[in-house]
Design a protein around this ligand. Structure first.
Ligand code: RNT
Ligand code: ZN
Length: 418
C-alpha cells in the first residue's frame, strides 16, 4: 500500500473510534488548521541577531552547543525559516527580536531603531504568508548590565525606555501593514546574583518605566510582559518576577507571558491558564522545555506541553491565546529543532482537541471520578496519530518521520556548506 492510502485507511478507523466517544475528527482537523504558532526567529542562529554578530549572548540566557550550519546573515536566516516552516502543517507567524533588524551592515543602536529597519521583514513576511510578532531586546548590549528598565541610573534606564518605546512603535507599524495585531513581548533580564537589599526600589523603577512605555496607546499591537524566576548570574533576585508582572498585567490590562521554563520545575504552568483568563485580556505562551533549569531544550509533546494545550482547549480559550515558541538548541540541526518543536506543539493541541470533553464534564458533574480518570487514561491510546498523519497529508507536508530525510538533504545541500 502506498503511504497515502495507509494514512487514509488508518484515518477512517480513527474517525469511527472518535465518533463513538462523541468527537468529530473532521471538525478537529479544521480547528487545528486555524492554530497559528508564533515561530521564534532565534532558533536559527542561537539568539545572535544582526546588530553585532560577533557579540556575546548575555542576560542570563545561554545557547549551548556548536552544531555546524547556523544562519550567519538575514538571507540564510530567512531561507532556514522557510525551510522549517515548509515541513510544518498550517500557517504560522514569525516572532522577531529587535536585534534581527535589516540594518544593511551599519550599526544602529537600540535607541535609534525605526520601522524602516524592519520594512524588508514586513515585505518578506507578506510574500511568504507570515504575520509578524515582535520583541524588544535588552540583552547582549554594552548597556545591558544587571539592570535595564529598573536601573537607578537615569541615563541607562532612559536608554532602555527609549528602546522599548521604539519597539512598540515598530510593532504598531507591523500590525498595520499586515492587517493583524503584532504581539510584542517585553522580557528583561534585570536581576541580581546575590542577596539584594533594594528589591522594592528596583521593582518600583520597573513599574515606573513600564507606565511611561505603555503611556502611548496603539491599536495594531498587543503588549505582553514576560516573567521569570531567575537567570544565570541572577539567581537571587529577578525584578520582573511572576508576582510583579501578574500584578502589573491584572491592574493595567496587559498580557502576561508564560514561558514554560520560567517557573519552579514542579510548578504547573497549565494551572495558571484559567486564572489568567479571568484577570488579564489574553495569554501569551513561550513554549519551551526546561531540563533542571530554564535550559530552552526543544519543545516536545511531553506531559507539560499536553497539560498546557488541554487547559487552553478546555477553557475554550484558543482565540485568547498566543502560542509562541521559545527554545534555542545549538547542539543539533537547527532546522530539525524547529520542526520537532513546532510539530510537537501542534500534536499537543491535537490531543487536546480530541478529548471527549462533554463526556468528561458529565462524569465530573456526576461525581463519577473513576469514569473520568478512565476516559482520560484511554485517551492516551486512542488512534490520535492517524488524525495527525491525515492533518499532515491534507496540508501537504511530510507524514510521520519523512521530514528527517528532507532536513538531512537540506543540510547536505545548504547548511553544511556555511
Ligand atoms: C529568556 C526569555 C526570553 C528569551 C527570548 C530570546 O529567559 O525566555 O523570552 O528567551 O526573548
Ligand atoms: Zn521566553
Amino acid at each position: 500500500m502506498v503511504k497515502e492510502q495507509m494514512v487514509k485507511s488508518a484515518y477512517d478507523i480513527a474517525k469511527e473510534r472518535y465518533a463513538a466517544v462523541g468527537v468529530d475528527t473532521e471538525a478537529v482537523i479544521e480547528k487545528l488548521g486555524k492554530i497559528s504558532l508564533s515561530m521564534h526567529c532565534w532558533q536559527a542562529d542561537d539568539v545572535t541577531g544582526f546588530e553585532n554578530p560577533d557579540g556575546q549572548l548575555t542576560g542570563g540566557i545561554q545557547a549551548t552547543g556548536n552544531y555546524p550550519g547556523k544562519a550567519r546573515n538575514i538571507e540564510e536566516l530567512r531561507a532556514d525559516i522557510l525551510k522549517a516552516a515548509s515541513l510544518v502543517p498550517g500557517q504560522h507567524r514569525l516572532n522577531l527580536h529587535a536585534i534581527y533588524g535589516d540594518f544593511g551592515g551599519k550599526f544602529v543602536d537600540r535607541d535609534q531603531l525605526e520601522p524602516k529597519h524592519f520594512e524588508s521583514w514586513m515585505k518578506w513576511a507578506k510574500e511568504n504568508g507570515f504575520k509578524l510578532d515582535f520583541n524588544s531586546t535588552s540583552f547582549s548590549h554594552p548597556k545591558s548590565g544587571e539592570l535595564t528598565l529598573a536601573n537607578p541610573n537615569p541615563e541607562i534606564r532612559n536608554f532602555w525606555i527609549e528602546h522599548t518605546k521604539r519597539c512598540r512603535a515598530i510593532a504598531e507599524e507591523m500590525g498595520k501593514y499586515q492587517g493583524s495585531p503584532c504581539v510584542m513581548n517585553l522580557w528583561i533580564h534585570d536581576g541580581s546574583k546575590d542577596q539584594t537589599v533594594n528589591r522594592l526600589e528596583y521593582r518600583r523603577l520597573l513599574k515606573e518605566s513600564l507606565d511611561e512605555i505603555f503611556s502611548i496607546k496603539y491599536d495594531n499591537m498587543k503588549d505582553c510582559i514576560e516573567a521569570k524566576l531567575f537567570g544565570i548570574g541572577a539567581e537571587s533576585y529577578t525584578v520582573g518576577s511572576y508576582d510583579f508582572y501578574l500584578g502589573y498585567g491584572a491592574k493595567n490590562n496587559k498580557i502576561v507571558t508564560l514561558d514554560t521554563g520560567h517557573f519552579h520545575l514542579t510548578e504547573s504552568i497549565a494551572d495558571k491558564i484559567s486564572s489568567l483568563l479571568l484577570f488579564t485580556p489574553e495569554i501569551m505562551l513561550h513554549v519551551s522545555r526546561p531540563i533542571r533549569w530554564d535550559s530552552d531544550h526543544v519543545t516536545l509533546m511531553n506531559d507539560d506541553t499536553l497539560d498546557l494545550a488541554k487547559e487552553i482547549v478546555r477553557s475554550n480559550a484558543l482565540d485568547r491565546t498566543n502560542i509562541g515558541l521559545d527554545y534555542f538548541d545549538a547542539s543539533i540541526n537547527r532546522i530539525g529543532a524547529y520542526v520537532i518543536g513546532m510539530r510537537a506543539t501542534q500534536k499537543s493541541f491535537l490531543l487536546a482537541l480530541l478529548e471527549p470533553i462533554e463526556m468528561l464534564r458529565k462524569y465530573e458533574a456526576d461525581g463519577k471520578y473513576f469514569e473520568r480518570l478512565a476516559v482520560l487514561e484511554e485517551g492516551k491510546s486512542m488512534p490520535w496519530n492517524a488524525v495527525w498523519d491525515m492533518f499532515c497529508l491534507k496540508n501537504n507536508v511530510p507524514v510521520g518521520d519523512d521530514y528527517i530525510a528532507n532536513i538531512q538533504q537540506y543540510e547536505t545541500d545548504v547548511t553544511i556548506k556555511r
